[in-house]
Design a binder for this molecule. Sequence first.
Ligand SMILES: Nc1ncnc2c1ncn2[C@@H]1O[C@H](COP(=O)(O)OP(=O)(O)OP(=O)(O)O)[C@@H](O)[C@H]1O
Length: 813
Amino acid sequence: MPSIRAPAAKKTTTLTVAVKCRPLMEKERGRDIVRVNNSKEVVVLDPDLSKDYLDRIQNRTKEKKYCFDHAFGPESTNKNVYRSMSSVISSVVHGLNATVFAYGSTGSGKTYTMVGTRSDPGLMVLSLNTIFDMIKSDKSSDEFEVTCSYLEVYNEVIYDLLEKSSGHLELREDPEQGIVVAGLRSIKVHSADRILELLNLGNSRRKTESTEMNGTSSRSHAVLEIAVKRRQKNQNQVMRGKLALVDLAGSERAAETNNGGQKLRDGANINRSLLALANCINALGKQHKKGLAYVPYRNSKLTRILKDGLSGNSQTVMVATISPADSQYHHTVNTLKYADRAKEIKTHIQKNIGTIDTHMSDYQRMIDNLQSEVSQLKTQLAEKESQLSIKPFERGVERELSWLDGLSHQISENVQDRINLQKALFELEETNLRNRTELQHLDDAIAKQATEKDVVEALSSRRQVILDNIRDNDEAGVNYQRDIEENEKHRCELQDMLNEAINNNGNKTYLHILNQYKLLGMGNTELQFEMAMRDQIIYNQREAQRNLWNLLMGLGVEEKQVFDLAAKQGITIEDWSSIALFPGLPYRKQTPSFIPANIPFVGHSYSKSSCTFQSYQDPSSKGQQWAPTPTLCREEHHSSYYFMRQEPPAFVNLRKSHDGWVGGSRPASRIDTGGNHRRVSYPQTVNNSSPRMASGPTFYQTPQREMLLNTTSPYSSPRVGLINGATTPSVQPFYGSPRAVTVRNGSYNTPLAPAAVSTKGARNQQRVFGTSPLSGTKGVKNSSYGQNSHTKLYRGGGTKGHSKGNNTQRQHQ
Ligand SMILES: Nc1ncnc2c1ncn2[C@@H]1O[C@H](COP(=O)(O)OP(=O)(O)OP(=O)(O)O)[C@@H](O)[C@H]1O
């Protein structure tokens, strides 16, 4: 694939919002309450005729007035609407991305606007004609390639509208391309007519229903994507433009549509995803005022698909469709309210230009060929399968298999949902982290400018905005936590069903389940890979921080000076000694050459992510040496790691009390940093052995490699253990949290025992490969911690620790 390089300039632009009011239909028999003035202004009259002039001037009517980039009345054709956005469409041929989506309540005319009729072709058709006309009339020697895909999101499941019997498709995040739909068919086309053929084919497969509000109501959101690749031979360049044309399903009120059963459920799903879209529009709309408001893209597939169009690299047009009928007043005002907010949304456009690398383009050709071969083989396989007659005695098994297919689909959805929720939580934490940093700077600035009243006022109002943001985000975080708990509960139920199926059935079924595990494991491993990447970034930043420390110390700066100065500037300096040793973050150097002596053993940064550290005494080392041989685990819902050990260990449980560190058994009295030692004093409850942190994990030197190794395992499950340099992937079929990868690396070769970690207890699970690290714990004093208790050393949040579930966990306050 040609490598896309970022062009020099990015242009920030706002969403273009056009409103289109459809004609009043005969059957509506109502009053027309919408007026469009000057092609920009939309007035919605109060549907209550009894309100008089006095009411109006005293502002007692429900009349509303809005102004948009473009407004079209009932007499306007789709061509009129199209003209207002044709320049956006034509830019696709020059390597820019564009998105056009129609938004409005059911029956307001979205499909009419996007698809249209023979006599009044819609925006999809008109856009295609423009693109092909431009290609045809292009005088340069550039080569063009146009591909097209068409998908629908129905009940939160993505289907390929260009495939006869499309399976469920999943969304993937590609570092270069953003959100992509894995397995979506993309067809090369040479004329607008061919795309129209495909469009009609896709539309015939789209889910529609007749409802009280609309004879052919679309029950799904449809996205037609046209990709234009332009090879500029002279300049050895390739430009890639992309146009997404979206026809959303319409929001509806159950009472109005009179729907029941499946239609009612569809309606609820449609409303949910539209609400998610509305929430994104809200958040994005107020971002110019509120700075870093969190945008909940992950709440639905629709918003994830539209993410680029709403905030990324895309010129975007929203066509808000409304009905003029008085009965639709609330829907109309609601649509216009969101359209009004959408005017504030900013996107950042840039040309997608890449250089033609012959090597790469050869690979791309090969991939294309292979892909088309795979799709041919798939079709042949499907044909063969349908030709095979099913023997009567196999019918029962087939039924069972189809039940299991349903179950595995639910499992896959459950996993995907959890991944999304956890990612969303990450993003939320990150956003609030930045908000808190800004707050800190603002407080500092306010303190400095105390005498400048105007400045203080401005800063204070900004401060309030940030505080609001933090509160909103915290609330959203709580909701995500709740959703994750729900999801975990569902996971447990599915797990029970699956266990039962495994117990009751023969080989075939079992194999089938294993196959599903394989798929799930792949998805999970992918997520862990992403997380490892993220931690690698954190690691790099921390290493830079450490280098800076060394530099400062090398220059003879007193560390106290640095801390004092930082405190004055309102900068929180993370205790990097803890970075090096504990939070499980990667560290390549085992020998930091400097540890500020007065920094507490466990520092806390402003990150909310938590970290658990479990240390133990190696039985084979006869108490001489502490060899952590850490197992790196993720704790549920946090981007942190903790070290765990599978052997029955002598655990050290550390916690910070007011007067220092106390230990469950024997806390480290000396931490070996390989170089300078730092003494940490503990109360006398501690016995006299000197556990010593030896070398740390080397795993994170190459997190990518380790994770990739996981993916090669045929049943790469969430609980893959890699022993000693990741040469022996051990695998257990286990359906668990994506966060559960554990990697052993170090001096222990003890074979891993089967997992004995309960899968119950959503918030509390720390899935480890092997026996529970605390089972058979030796030498634990103060064992009120009990089974599964361990010390949590919070890297962040200060006193704002997260209390996590029922299992006893000691938290550093
Ligand atoms: N500009 C227009 N001119 C004439 N008829 C229109 C126009 N816009 C919409 N209609 C008619 O209104 C009805 C509803 O339109 P449409 O199906 O496009 O609504 P929708 O918003 O897509 O609804 P849903 O969300 O339920 O799919 C259709 O009968 C359509 O022909």
